[in-house]
Design a protein around this ligand. Structure first.
Ligand code: ST9
Ligand code: ZN
Ligand code: ZN
Length: 339
């Protein structure tokens, strides 16, 4: 298997038990995959998405212009909504459901699913399927947001066109049994549209109006649209900027990079060369809690008993990996810092 081939983590450590059989998360990079040759299929623009994204961005810029007329509590609320929806993506659909890097109790999974609907980035099942295929075939045509097609495509363009057939072909071979067996994931998928209308738009708008007499107008455009657009761009930067700009101290053979600006915007998700090398690490980084709000959040959830079983590679595993795929300099620095 991929895990044994890489030889640096025990496969069992990250396999959730299911009806007596174990299921993997199928997110390990396939180093042997050779992209198919031949002409690219023509680009088919989905105009509905272009129109909706344009309207959202006009609304978000208008929301920016309303900031001086908003109450302070409304701005605080917009930040709280940013954090809830951000954790719904980073701690929820990313580190929990796509990578199974820790285990969460039912109340926490419900909270993360609600936050995820507030983030309106496709349902948990679809997001995780796209994300596993992204890790396994990163930066090829089978990667939904293939960064070798440029900044615009990997940032937002991929959401405005039909998918490359390789994405669907390779994606349909993934093992998604753990997601199908998770009642919270399937419930959210079933009621996805309704949950988005309520959590992404109605709830963020009504709270400031009801509790501190903010106008519905300001509440819709700031904690609603502006906050939604901010979470989207923070997330998209991981696919674009963190696949283009930054150092590659763990694996020089792949595009993903260490980008502190992205980590700052995306609650700790910019340590992306590390993350593509060790996708099962719940912290997605070697740097502890620095710029990593999501790690702090998961640690806190473990502390209060809502989560457990955080996965992380050993020092030896990191060293062995760095010696195989990084430069001599980084291998040396890692060797002395762990001595
Ligand atoms: C959004 C997603 O923004 C963002 C994801 C970002 C990922 C970031 C990762 C980085 C790490 C974590 C960072 C966390 C940071 C957190 C910070 C927070 C502060 N495998 O899709 P369809 C099949 S969404 C297998 O329609 P088209 C399947 O049968 C924004 N099969 O393809 C499917 O049917 P079903 C809001 C697959 O027609 C069928 O094909 N949403 C796969 O090519 C049709 O699928 C939007 O903007 C696969 N991977 O259309 C709309 N994929 O699903 C977005 C597809 O029923 N999407 N199939 O099983 C769309 O409108 C369309 O998907 C499309 C492509 C037009 C883009
Ligand atoms: Zn990536
Ligand atoms: Zn990932």
């Amino acid at each position: 298997t991929d895990t044994e081939k890489n030889g640096f983590y025990p496969a069992k450590q990250r396999m959730p038990e299911q009806n007596g059989k174990t299921a993997g998360t199928d997110d390990a990079f396939d180093e042997l995959y050779k992209e198919k040759e031949g002409v690219m299929p023509p680009i088919r623009i989905v105009w509905k998405n272009v129109v909706m994204m344009t309207l959202l961005h006009i609304g978000a810029v208008y929301g920016l212009s309303l900031i001086p007329s908003a109450k302070a509590l409304t701005l605080l609320w917009a930040w709280i909504c940013f954090m809830i929806s951000g954790f719904g993506v980073s701690a929820g659909v990313h580190r929990l459901w796509s990578h199974r890097s820790y285990k969460a109790t039912l109340p926490l999974r419900l909270f993360l699913a609600i936050g995820n609907s507030m983030a309106f980035q496709n349902d948990i099942y679809e997001w995780s399927r796209d994300h596993r295929v992204h890790h396994k075939y990163a930066d090829t045509n089978a990667d939904p947001h293939n960064s070798s097609r440029g900044f615009f495509f990997s940032h937002i363009g991929w959401l405005l066109v039909r998918k490359h057939p390789d994405v669907i072909e390779k994606g349909s071979k993934l093992d998604l049994s753990d997601l199908k067996a998770d009642g919270v994931v399937m419930f959210q998928r079933r009621y996805y549209k309704l949950s988005v209308v309520v959590m992404c738009f109605i709830f963020p708008t009504l709270v400031p109006w009801y509790f501190w007499d903010e106008s519905l107008w300001v509440a819709y455009f700031i904690p609603g649209l502006l906050r939604y657009a901010a979470v989207l761009h923070s997330t998209w930067l991981v696919n674009s900027a963190a696949h283009m700009w930054g150092m590659r101290p763990f694996n020089l053979n792949i595009n993903p990079r260490e980008n502190r600006f992205v980590s700052f915007c995306a609650l700790g998700e910019g340590f992306h060369n590390y993350h593509h090398t060790f996708p099962y690490d719940y912290a997605t980084s070697e740097h502890g809690s620095l710029l990593n709000g999501t790690k702090v959040f998961i640690d806190l959830m473990c502390f209060i008993g809502l989560a457990e079983d955080r996965k992380t590679p050993s020092r030896e595993a990191i060293l062995a990996r760095v010696q195989r795929t990084a430069t001599r300099e980084t291998a040396f620095v890692h060797a002395i810092s762990s001595a």
